[in-house]
Ligand binder design. Structure first.
Ligand SMILES: Nc1ccn([C@@H]2O[C@H](COP(=O)(O)OP(=O)(O)OP(=O)(O)O)[C@@H](O)[C@H]2O)c(=O)n1
Ligand SMILES: C[C@](O)(CO)[C@H](O)COP(=O)(O)O
Length: 234
């Protein structure tokens, strides 16, 4: 018997202010090769056949602007709803989650990560169907130290246990919604997996991609240019 096709939706969060980038506009609207960062990000999800629908979360008062300047202009027809975010990332994710009517698997992705590859999205969906909660990451290359308030080394965790975590973070919708509904949000929750960990849910990590960077500070824009140029040469 043919396996029933699971409904897979994505929440792309782009409701941040990009303070560390310090640009004249929010970083998700910076132009990279004549196209806003957010349009690059959404295009990957638009092109992925497994993604049925996208909910886009934007900053306060940005819904109309995004509809016109991003969705209409770049024909991103899979974006079914655009909602406003909140003060912290987890508020924005929650607003996106409640805007989804029904689905089995949901991917949460940062609008500021435009270089996510389709292969990573597909692997995440496959693993989330099996495991329930799956995040992508890469092994850290540097030695990481825990530093105290006096800028002295407190300790050095074993590098082989340390991974830099990215998005997408992919979950059975019911599990993630349950975790968010428990309302255990505080400033330690910098990603969706932390919330799942807090409510005792096992989270699986799979290999991400070193190019799937989050545009955070101005030096990331130089790296972004290089990645785009490499893509054009291939
Ligand atoms: N209240 C917030 C904060 C962040 N984000 C989104 O979450 C992603 C990752 O957050 P981050 O890189 O920290 O973005 P900003 O909050 O915009 O950056 P900064 O902390 O430098 O202000 C980004 O796509 C950002 O737009 C969001 O939707 N709502
Ligand atoms: C979700 C995330 O992108 C995973 O690396 C990251 O935790 C977001 O953190 P930030 O504090 O919003 O930069």
């Amino acid at each position: 018997m043919e396996k029933e096709k699971q409904q897979v939706k994505a929440v792309v969060v782009a409701g941040g202010k990009g303070k560390r980038m310090g640009a004249s506009c929010h970083k998700q609207y910076i132009m990279l090769h004549n196209k806003p960062v957010l349009a690059h990000t959404l295009q990957v999800f638009q092109d992925c056949t497994e993604i049925e629908e996208i909910v886009l979360v934007v900053g306060e008062g940005e819904v109309e602007f995004c509809q016109k300047e991003i969705l209409d202009k770049y024909q991103l027809s899979k974006v079914a709803r655009v909602v406003e975010g909140g003060k912290e990332r987890f508020h924005s994710v929650y607003n996106g989650l409640v805007a989804i009517d029904n689905c089995s698997i949901v991917l949460i992705h940062d609008g500021a990560r435009p270089f996510v590859k389709e292969e990573i999205i597909l692997n995440s969906i496959m693993e989330a169907q099996r495991e329930g909660a799956v995040i992508v990451g890469v092994p850290v290359k540097d030695t990481i130290k825990i530093i105290n308030d006096n800028m002295e080394v407190a300790n050095t965790p074993a590098r082989k246990t340390l991974w830099a975590i990215q998005t997408p973070q992919t979950f059975r919708y019911s599990l993630l919604r349950e975790a968010y509904d428990k309302n255990q949000w505080d400033e330690s929750i910098t990603d969706d997996a932390s919330l799942m960990e807090k409510v005792g849910q096992r989270v699986k990590v799979i290999m991400g991609d070193y190019e799937n960077i989050k545009l955070t500070t101005p030096d990331d824009l130089l790296i972004a240019e290089k990645i785009l140029m490499k893509g054009e040469e291939n």
